[in-house]
Ligand binder design. Structure first.
Ligand code: MF3
Ligand code: CO
Length: 248
Protein backbone atom coordinates (compact mmCIF):
# COMPACT_ATOMS: atom_id res chain seq x y z
CA UNK A 1 0.00 0.00 0.00
CA UNK A 2 1.39 3.38 -0.99
CA UNK A 3 0.99 6.13 1.65
CA UNK A 4 0.33 9.54 0.13
CA UNK A 5 1.70 12.41 2.22
CA UNK A 6 0.08 15.73 3.09
CA UNK A 7 1.86 19.08 2.68
CA UNK A 8 2.63 19.06 6.40
CA UNK A 9 4.19 15.62 6.19
CA UNK A 10 6.26 16.59 3.16
CA UNK A 11 7.46 19.66 5.07
CA UNK A 12 8.77 17.38 7.83
CA UNK A 13 10.44 15.15 5.28
CA UNK A 14 12.02 18.24 3.79
CA UNK A 15 13.63 19.03 7.16
CA UNK A 16 14.88 15.44 7.57
CA UNK A 17 16.27 15.32 4.06
CA UNK A 18 17.92 18.71 4.26
CA UNK A 19 19.86 17.49 7.30
CA UNK A 20 20.84 14.35 5.36
CA UNK A 21 22.12 16.56 2.53
CA UNK A 22 24.06 18.72 4.98
CA UNK A 23 25.70 15.62 6.49
CA UNK A 24 26.71 14.26 3.09
CA UNK A 25 28.13 17.61 1.97
CA UNK A 26 30.04 18.01 5.24
CA UNK A 27 31.40 14.46 5.12
CA UNK A 28 32.37 14.99 1.48
CA UNK A 29 34.61 17.90 2.54
CA UNK A 30 36.58 15.47 4.71
CA UNK A 31 37.14 12.90 1.97
CA UNK A 32 40.88 12.61 1.46
CA UNK A 33 43.58 9.94 1.39
CA UNK A 34 44.44 8.71 4.88
CA UNK A 35 41.13 9.35 6.66
CA UNK A 36 39.48 6.35 8.35
CA UNK A 37 35.93 5.63 7.26
CA UNK A 38 35.02 5.45 10.95
CA UNK A 39 35.98 9.12 11.28
CA UNK A 40 33.39 9.92 8.60
CA UNK A 41 30.78 7.97 10.58
CA UNK A 42 31.67 9.93 13.73
CA UNK A 43 31.34 13.21 11.88
CA UNK A 44 27.90 12.22 10.55
CA UNK A 45 26.74 11.34 14.09
CA UNK A 46 28.07 14.62 15.45
CA UNK A 47 25.97 16.61 12.96
CA UNK A 48 22.92 14.52 13.92
CA UNK A 49 23.45 15.40 17.59
CA UNK A 50 23.69 19.09 16.66
CA UNK A 51 20.31 18.89 14.91
CA UNK A 52 18.81 16.51 17.51
CA UNK A 53 17.85 13.94 14.88
CA UNK A 54 18.30 10.18 14.93
CA UNK A 55 20.55 8.48 12.37
CA UNK A 56 18.19 6.17 10.50
CA UNK A 57 20.48 3.26 9.66
CA UNK A 58 22.07 2.54 13.05
CA UNK A 59 20.32 -0.52 14.42
CA UNK A 60 18.16 -0.90 11.32
CA UNK A 61 17.97 -4.69 10.91
CA UNK A 62 21.11 -4.76 13.05
CA UNK A 63 23.24 -2.43 10.90
CA UNK A 64 26.04 -1.38 13.30
CA UNK A 65 26.89 2.18 12.16
CA UNK A 66 25.17 5.38 11.03
CA UNK A 67 26.81 5.94 7.65
CA UNK A 68 27.35 3.43 4.83
CA UNK A 69 30.74 3.83 3.14
CA UNK A 70 31.25 1.62 0.09
CA UNK A 71 34.62 1.75 -1.66
CA UNK A 72 35.44 0.78 -5.30
CA UNK A 73 33.89 -2.66 -5.99
CA UNK A 74 31.68 -2.29 -2.90
CA UNK A 75 28.18 -1.41 -4.07
CA UNK A 76 26.27 -0.57 -0.89
CA UNK A 77 26.15 -1.09 2.89
CA UNK A 78 29.91 -0.88 3.47
CA UNK A 79 30.47 -0.65 7.24
CA UNK A 80 32.74 2.16 8.52
CA UNK A 81 35.96 0.78 10.02
CA UNK A 82 39.62 1.62 10.57
CA UNK A 83 40.15 1.26 6.80
CA UNK A 84 41.80 4.37 5.40
CA UNK A 85 40.82 5.95 2.10
CA UNK A 86 43.49 5.92 -0.62
CA UNK A 87 44.15 8.18 -3.56
CA UNK A 88 42.16 6.87 -6.54
CA UNK A 89 39.35 5.31 -4.47
CA UNK A 90 35.74 5.76 -5.53
CA UNK A 91 33.66 6.23 -2.37
CA UNK A 92 29.88 5.90 -2.10
CA UNK A 93 28.25 7.29 1.04
CA UNK A 94 24.67 6.59 1.99
CA UNK A 95 22.96 8.29 4.93
CA UNK A 96 19.55 8.68 6.51
CA UNK A 97 17.91 10.39 9.49
CA UNK A 98 14.58 10.44 11.24
CA UNK A 99 13.16 13.88 12.20
CA UNK A 100 9.87 14.12 14.11
CA UNK A 101 8.83 10.67 12.88
CA UNK A 102 9.75 11.23 9.22
CA UNK A 103 12.70 9.86 7.29
CA UNK A 104 15.27 11.23 4.88
CA UNK A 105 17.64 9.10 2.76
CA UNK A 106 20.29 10.09 0.23
CA UNK A 107 23.59 8.89 -1.22
CA UNK A 108 26.50 10.36 -3.16
CA UNK A 109 29.68 8.98 -4.71
CA UNK A 110 32.88 10.99 -4.56
CA UNK A 111 36.48 10.56 -5.74
CA UNK A 112 39.53 10.43 -3.47
CA UNK A 113 42.19 12.55 -5.17
CA UNK A 114 42.71 11.52 -8.79
CA UNK A 115 40.58 8.66 -10.10
CA UNK A 116 40.75 6.74 -13.39
CA UNK A 117 38.88 8.07 -16.46
CA UNK A 118 36.60 5.03 -16.22
CA UNK A 119 35.76 5.85 -12.61
CA UNK A 120 35.10 9.48 -13.59
CA UNK A 121 32.70 8.36 -16.28
CA UNK A 122 30.95 5.89 -13.97
CA UNK A 123 30.41 8.62 -11.40
CA UNK A 124 28.99 11.03 -13.96
CA UNK A 125 26.74 8.46 -15.65
CA UNK A 126 25.35 7.12 -12.36
CA UNK A 127 24.37 10.62 -11.21
CA UNK A 128 22.92 11.32 -14.65
CA UNK A 129 20.86 8.11 -14.43
CA UNK A 130 19.43 9.30 -11.10
CA UNK A 131 18.34 12.62 -12.64
CA UNK A 132 16.85 10.82 -15.64
CA UNK A 133 14.80 8.75 -13.20
CA UNK A 134 13.74 11.83 -11.23
CA UNK A 135 12.61 13.52 -14.46
CA UNK A 136 10.13 10.67 -14.98
CA UNK A 137 8.65 11.03 -11.48
CA UNK A 138 5.63 13.01 -12.73
CA UNK A 139 1.92 12.72 -12.07
CA UNK A 140 0.37 10.44 -14.69
CA UNK A 141 3.52 8.46 -15.44
CA UNK A 142 3.88 4.93 -14.12
CA UNK A 143 6.43 3.70 -11.65
CA UNK A 144 8.63 1.78 -14.08
CA UNK A 145 9.01 4.84 -16.31
CA UNK A 146 11.54 5.79 -13.61
CA UNK A 147 13.19 2.35 -13.72
CA UNK A 148 13.48 2.34 -17.49
CA UNK A 149 14.97 5.85 -17.65
CA UNK A 150 17.68 4.90 -15.13
CA UNK A 151 18.55 1.71 -17.00
CA UNK A 152 18.68 3.44 -20.37
CA UNK A 153 21.24 6.03 -19.26
CA UNK A 154 23.43 3.40 -17.56
CA UNK A 155 23.37 0.88 -20.39
CA UNK A 156 23.67 3.40 -23.24
CA UNK A 157 26.98 4.30 -21.63
CA UNK A 158 28.18 0.69 -21.52
CA UNK A 159 27.54 0.13 -17.81
CA UNK A 160 25.16 -2.17 -15.98
CA UNK A 161 22.55 -1.57 -13.36
CA UNK A 162 22.69 -3.56 -10.11
CA UNK A 163 19.46 -5.56 -9.93
CA UNK A 164 19.51 -6.94 -6.39
CA UNK A 165 18.82 -3.56 -4.75
CA UNK A 166 15.95 -1.17 -5.37
CA UNK A 167 14.71 2.31 -4.57
CA UNK A 168 11.70 2.60 -2.28
CA UNK A 169 8.85 4.60 -0.87
CA UNK A 170 9.83 6.54 2.26
CA UNK A 171 8.04 8.58 4.92
CA UNK A 172 7.07 7.39 8.40
CA UNK A 173 9.33 4.41 7.63
CA UNK A 174 12.72 4.25 5.96
CA UNK A 175 11.35 1.69 3.52
CA UNK A 176 7.75 1.80 2.34
CA UNK A 177 5.94 0.61 -0.77
CA UNK A 178 6.54 0.74 -3.65
CA UNK A 179 9.86 -0.87 -4.51
CA UNK A 180 11.56 0.89 -7.40
CA UNK A 181 13.82 -1.32 -9.55
CA UNK A 182 16.48 0.45 -11.58
CA UNK A 183 15.74 -1.54 -14.72
CA UNK A 184 12.82 -2.94 -16.69
CA UNK A 185 10.27 -1.99 -19.33
CA UNK A 186 8.48 1.37 -18.98
CA UNK A 187 4.75 1.90 -18.42
CA UNK A 188 4.18 -0.65 -15.65
CA UNK A 189 3.35 -0.52 -11.96
CA UNK A 190 1.21 2.02 -10.10
CA UNK A 191 0.41 5.44 -11.56
CA UNK A 192 2.41 8.20 -9.92
CA UNK A 193 0.33 10.59 -7.85
CA UNK A 194 0.93 13.87 -6.06
CA UNK A 195 1.91 13.14 -2.45
CA UNK A 196 4.03 10.07 -3.17
CA UNK A 197 7.45 10.31 -1.55
CA UNK A 198 10.13 7.99 -2.89
CA UNK A 199 13.86 7.37 -2.73
CA UNK A 200 15.36 6.73 -6.16
CA UNK A 201 18.78 5.10 -5.86
CA UNK A 202 20.59 3.72 -8.90
CA UNK A 203 23.66 1.57 -8.27
CA UNK A 204 25.67 1.24 -11.47
CA UNK A 205 28.65 -1.03 -12.18
CA UNK A 206 31.38 -0.67 -14.78
CA UNK A 207 31.20 -4.46 -15.30
CA UNK A 208 28.43 -6.96 -14.63
CA UNK A 209 25.42 -6.61 -12.36
CA UNK A 210 25.93 -9.75 -10.26
CA UNK A 211 26.38 -9.19 -6.56
CA UNK A 212 28.24 -10.98 -3.77
CA UNK A 213 27.77 -10.45 -0.03
CA UNK A 214 30.90 -10.22 2.12
CA UNK A 215 31.31 -12.24 5.33
CA UNK A 216 30.34 -9.23 7.46
CA UNK A 217 26.78 -9.94 6.31
CA UNK A 218 26.29 -6.39 4.98
CA UNK A 219 28.80 -5.24 2.38
CA UNK A 220 27.57 -5.99 -1.14
CA UNK A 221 30.31 -6.11 -3.79
CA UNK A 222 30.30 -6.74 -7.53
CA UNK A 223 30.97 -10.42 -8.26
CA UNK A 224 33.48 -9.54 -10.99
CA UNK A 225 35.29 -6.96 -8.86
CA UNK A 226 34.32 -4.05 -11.12
CA UNK A 227 33.82 -0.51 -9.81
CA UNK A 228 30.39 0.55 -8.62
CA UNK A 229 28.77 3.94 -7.93
CA UNK A 230 25.58 4.95 -6.10
CA UNK A 231 23.50 8.14 -6.02
CA UNK A 232 20.20 8.59 -4.20
CA UNK A 233 17.67 11.36 -3.64
CA UNK A 234 14.43 11.39 -1.71
CA UNK A 235 11.78 13.19 -3.76
CA UNK A 236 8.13 14.14 -3.52
CA UNK A 237 5.86 13.79 -6.54
CA UNK A 238 3.88 17.03 -6.88
CA UNK A 239 1.51 18.54 -9.44
CA UNK A 240 4.46 20.59 -10.62
CA UNK A 241 6.81 17.62 -11.07
CA UNK A 242 9.38 16.04 -8.80
CA UNK A 243 10.52 18.02 -5.77
CA UNK A 244 13.98 16.92 -4.62
CA UNK A 245 13.91 16.96 -0.81
CA UNK A 246 17.45 15.77 -0.09
CA UNK A 247 19.32 18.85 -1.09
CA UNK A 248 20.47 21.86 0.84
N1 MF3 B 1 19.73 3.79 1.20
C1 MF3 B 1 19.84 2.45 1.69
C2 MF3 B 1 18.51 1.79 1.62
O1 MF3 B 1 17.54 2.45 1.36
C3 MF3 B 1 20.40 2.44 3.04
C4 MF3 B 1 19.99 1.40 4.00
S1 MF3 B 1 21.32 1.01 4.96
C5 MF3 B 1 20.77 0.16 6.26
O2 MF3 B 1 18.38 0.58 1.75
F1 MF3 B 1 21.77 -0.05 7.02
F2 MF3 B 1 19.87 0.84 6.89
F3 MF3 B 1 20.24 -0.96 5.85
CO1 CO C 1 17.43 4.25 0.26
Amino acid sequence: MINLKSQQEIAKMEVANRIVAEVLQEVKKHIQAGIETLELDNLAEEICRKHKVKPAFKGYRGYPKSLCVSINDEIVHGIPSHRRLQNGDLVSMDFGVCYDGYYGDSAITVPVGTISPEAEKLLKVTEESLYAGIAQARVGNRLTDISHAVQTVAEDNGFSVIRDFVGHGIGRNLHEDPQIPNYGPPGQGPKLQAGMTIAIEPMVSAGGWEVKLLDDGWTAVTKDGSLSAHFEHTIAVTDKGALILSRI
